[in-house]
Each structure stands twice: as structure tokens, then as C-alpha cells.
Design a binder for this molecule. Structure first.
Ligand code: NAD
Length: 250
């Protein structure tokens, strides 16, 4: 593993109990960062300089309290990585209003809340790295060929999820402009299908359409996140970076 220096940085990673967030937390720890791991249930700490927190990140008060506690415990937040999220499958017609709201509550409102909550501290430091986890599904409309096999749409249709992630991409671009003068970069990583509980029912036929011929690994997403968080990467901002084995190119 190429070592990206993150020494003495404090990173807050949401969804750190999950596959991608967990890999990000380990990668950041390996790079020398102190990591605050947040999830619905406090995840396992990555080493003695990391700490774990339980919070529902769709709840404004819990998000505020989380950020205040992390600032009290570590004194600063240099990097925010937002990997908390839920998936949602099914055809567009089958999406209920409740399901639409459930997905948006964490995937988009949750990202908005935590991005907003760290800004004051990062501005005071005149330094910050925000990396939001977006998705290829915000770009490509999901399942590329529902007309060939309608059953794939039930297993790969993802409109509520894709719409929420498109919102994450948009807020990333917006915030990148607003915060650039404060030494804060804001980028998103848009993974393709990554081996995790979210993709257990991912159709084999769709995996074959990935030029790399396989699902991605959480550590491959984490490597890009760590790169974006490095101190020297100060001039990359407002990018939505694909990590998808060639599935989508733009
Ligand atoms: N796995 C993929 O193929 C893939 C592809 C593109 C994007 N993503 C995105 O990457 C991120 C991580 O996904 P993953 O594959 O690691 O999934 P995962 O299910 O392993 O991890 C998601 C984590 O988010 C947490 N979470 C959900 N709702 C929460 C809430 N309200 N408050 C606090 N924590 C909450 C879950 O508890 C879980 O630990 C998600 O945003 C997902 O949308 C995943």
C-alpha cells in the first residue's frame, strides 16, 4: 500500500461500521490519522488513537451533538468522509413515498447535515478535506438494460437512491466553490458496484458489463478517499471521482 501521509490529521468517518466506511477508517488510520468512527451503533475502534460514536446521522440534533463531541475529544476535524447510507431496490413504479423519504433522509439530508455541521470548525482552521461518497447510480440511470430482462429491474432498479446521490454530487460541487477560499476542498467519490451487503443480490449479467469484470473492493474506494484527504492535494476540489472499473466514464 502506498503510504499517503495523513499524520496528525483528525478524520470523522460516517458509516464506519459498514464495508466502505470501515475500509476508509482503516486506510486513514494506516496513513497516520486519528479517526472518529460514527455509525448507528458505535463501530469497533481501529486503534488506540481512534474513537467510536453512535448516532443516527439523519437526525439534525444527533449530528450536531456528534460533531461537538468529536471536536471536544480531538480538538479539530481535518477530514470528513460521509459513507453512511442505505440502498433501495425496485422498479420506479414500486417506490412508496415512505421509501423515497427513508432513502433521502440518510443519503441526502444526512450528507447535508454533517457537511454543514463541520464547516465552522474547518473555516476556523482554514483547512479541511470533505469527501462525500456518491454513486455511479447518480450518473448512469442505474440498470443499463431493463428492456432485456425486466426481472433485473426489481434487483437493480435504484431511482430513489440515485436521485439522493445526485443531490450529494450537487451539494459537493456547490460547497467546493463556497469553501475554496478557506483552504477546504470538497470532493465526492462515486463508486460503481462494490462487494458489500448492498450488492449481494446484484445480477451476474450486470457484473459482466463492468469492463474490469468484477465488483470493486471497499479498499479501492478507501485508497481514493485517502488520496483526496492528503494535505498536498489542496488544488483538487469540486470533483466527482469515479471508482467503478470502467462501468461509467465521463
Ligand atoms: N456498495 C456499493 O456498491 C456502493 C456503491 C456506490 C456507493 N455506495 C455508497 O457507499 C456508502 C457505504 O456503503 P457500503 O457499501 O459500505 O454499505 P454498508 O451498508 O456496508 O454501510 C453503510 C453504513 O451506513 C450506516 N448507516 C445507515 N443509515 C444510517 C444512519 N441513519 N445513521 C448512521 N449510520 C447509518 C449503516 O449502519 C452502515 O454501517 C453508502 O453511502 C453507499 O450508498 C456503495
Amino acid at each position: 500500500m502506498t503510504r499517503i501521509a495523513l499524520d496528525n490529521m483528525v478524520a470523522l468517518v460516517t458509516g464506519a461500521g459498514g464495508m466502505i466506511g470501515g475500509a476508509v477508517a482503516r486506510r486513514m488510520t494506516a496513513g497516520g490519522a486519528k479517526v472518529a468512527l460514527a455509525d448507528r451503533r458505535a463501530p469497533e475502534a481501529t486503534n488506540e488513537s481512534s474513537r467510536s460514536y453512535a448516532a443516527d446521522l439523519s437526525d439534525p440534533e444527533q449530528v450536531r451533538e456528534l460533531v461537538d463531541t468529536v471536536l471536544k475529544d480531538f480538538g479539530r476535524i481535518d477530514c470528513l468522509v460521509t459513507a453512511a447510507g442505505v440502498t433501495s431496490l425496485g422498479s420506479f413504479e414500486s417506490i412508496s413515498v415512505e421509501e423515497w423519504d427513508r432513502v433521502h433522509a440518510i443519503n441526502l439530508r444526512g450528507a447535508f447535515l454533517i457537511n454543514q455541521a463541520v464547516i465552522a470548525a474547518m473555516k476556523a482552521q482554514q483547512f479541511g478535506r470533505i469527501v462525500n461518497i456518491g454513486s455511479v447510480l447518480a450518473k448512469n440511470g442505474g440498470n443499463p438494460r431493463p428492456w432485456l430482462d425486466a426481472t433485473e429491474q426489481g434487483r437493480a432498479g435504484n431511482a430513489a437512491y440515485g436521485a439522493a446521490k445526485a443531490g450529494v454530487h450537487a451539494l459537493t460541487l456547490y460547497l467546493a466553490k463556497e469553501l475554496a477560499v478557506h483552504g477546504i476542498t470538497v470532493n465526492a467519490v462515486a463508486p460503481g458496484p462494490i462487494a458489500s451487503p448492498m450488492t449481494t443480490s446484484f445480477p451476474e449479467a450486470l457484473i459482466r458489463q463492468i469492463p474490469a469484470g468484477r465488483l470493486g473492493q471497499p479498499k479501492e474506494v478507501a485508497a481514493m478517499v485517502a488520496w483526496l484527504c492528503a494535505r498536498e492535494n489542496a488544488f483538487v476540489t469540486g470533483e466527482i471521482i469515479d471508482v467503478n472499473g470502467g462501468l461509467w466514464m465521463d
